[in-house]
Design a protein around this ligand. Structure first.
Ligand code: OFO
Length: 170
């Protein structure tokens, strides 16, 4: 059975993952309003990934005999300024999530909870990819600057992203 401390920390992380979904679908709405449908599509896929992250913790907690306690989800911002500012905000958020995943791993190590260590490794690896994929978009946006044709091309490219649920979801 999972410790109370680890259970509480995972419940906190479920809330953070659900907030991540909220943040990204708020960005999706903002991009859609700017007629940047490709970027809206990218955020839609990102939001779905976050929901998967939350439910993976949710299912793990139940599997370990823990109790899922859902908390209120904070209100996300609704205005993001420019595409570059929005993606920069997304990267900042992912860095915060990486830090909180690392703290969970620290707790698992401290408690000698080997099952949680093994489970959390998936998130440690996932965060490397999460940060890199947002950073890639930021670098491209910086490259095109104010060039609307460049922005249009990036928007088209981001419109091709398709959310594929990881095999572990089944
Ligand atoms: Fe974006 O990784 Fe979960 O929150």
């Amino acid at each position: 059975m999972i410790s109370k401390k680890m259970q509480d920390a995972i419940n906190e992380q479920i809330n953070r993952e659900l907030f991540s979904e909220y943040l990204y679908i708020s960005m999706q709405a903002w991009f859609a309003n700017q007629n940047l449908d490709g970027m809206a599509n990218w955020m839609d896929a990102q939001g779905k990934e976050e929901r998967f992250h939350a439910m993976k913790f949710f299912n793990y907690l139940i599997e370990r005999g823990g109790k899922v306690v859902l908390k209120a989800i904070d209100k996300p911002a609704t205005d993001f300024g420019t595409p570059l500012k929005a993606f920069t905000e997304a990267l900042k958020h992912e860095q915060f999530i990486s830090k909180s995943i690392n703290e969970l791993m620290d707790l698992a190590i401290k408690e000698k909870d080997h099952a949680s260590r093994s489970f959390l490794q998936w998130y440690v690896d996932e965060q490397v990819e999460e940060e890199a994929s947002v950073d890639k978009v930021i670098q491209k946006l910086k490259m095109v600057g104010d060039n609307s044709q460049g922005l249009f091309m990036i928007d088209n490219e981001l419109g091709t992203r398709v959310y594929t649920p990881p095999a572990t979801e089944a």
